[in-house]
Design a protein around this ligand. Sequence first.
Ligand code: GDP
Length: 371
Amino acid sequence: MRAREGQIPAWVPEGEAAFASLEIPGIEPVKIPARKPAKKSGIDPKSLAEGLLGGRRGDLARAITLIESNAPAHRPLAREILQIITNAPQRPISRRIGISGVPGAGKSTFIETFGNFLCDNGHRLAVLAVDPSSTISGGSILGDKTRMELLSRREECFIRPSPSSGVLGGVGRKTRETILLCEAAGYDTILVETVGVGQSEIEVRSMVDCFVLLMIAGAGDDLQGMKKGILEIADVLAVNKADGANEARAMTTRADLERAVAFLSPCTEGWTPPVLAISAVSGLGMADMREQILAFAEHTAKTGQSTQRRKEQAISWWKTLVDQELRARFFAAPEVASAAENIGQRVLTGEMSPSVAAEELLGRIAWDRGN
Ligand code: GDP
């Protein structure tokens, strides 16, 4: 993509005097101005990366803050850290587990109980969150750490509240990169919590190995029906709050769900999602849950699906990043920015059809390298 003759695309910050060239064999190179070096921030990405690889929590937290930052000067630093940890010697395989469920299903209570159970069994655990509602509510689903009081005090556990969403790919990007940092810091189990509101589950599914859905008894047929799409992407299902007066109802719901699941096409070949009855309060079913997550991991490792899924996730994420960046650079180009509003208005008034208007706006940039 090249801006029209004589113009410098706005998305490329003007360099001092230097120019870098983008060379493709057989095609005359296009001159693009070199990016300005990032402002001196006093942050040393190498020592941060070394610190987190050595398991220092403070450095891990600082590196995540860099990843979450929207300041343009921080992006190259964050990228450098990611590059260093990518090239670092391999760590034992980690498990990435998504936890979802409607508000009130008991996600944070479950993470507190299950997280402590995992830590007691020798795991090092990182808990992250994807919270699509944080921009609306201004809150964050893990913002209130007191909901995981015991867990947040454990040495083997690292809890990070959901980042507030901003530009640059939003919370999905930040959570994906944060997962990599936590794994590099030696956490072997990563729990990613999300609220059950639809889109966020799909996003979390695309960044984890195993997706656990928490349900509650007697949520009503309509609600269960609504969740059919979500049921289809779950690898393990659990009816929570199977305790006290609620126990019998939870068992009935469990049996209903088991029947429903039998009719769904499994999202992982050869695996029918188990339906558990658990209680995050009494601790019922925690060992079962771990067993099922391990059985799922074993099944997908044996069939090659776990490696395949991670590869597909990486490629799909890479494409998404290119898409996002292209879009951002396109709309930031002055010849596009100056015309977009006017062209949009003409679509609104019916003076121009959307397809002609799209061509018109895309035509503001010379995509054909001037041939
Ligand atoms: P979240 O919105 O999904 O994170 O749900 P919370 O973990 O905040 O739980 C919502 C409410 O359900 C709280 O009052 C919890 O104490 C309660 N709760 C969570 N798990 C259980 C459980 O296993 N049994 C019972 N009886 N209550 C639970």
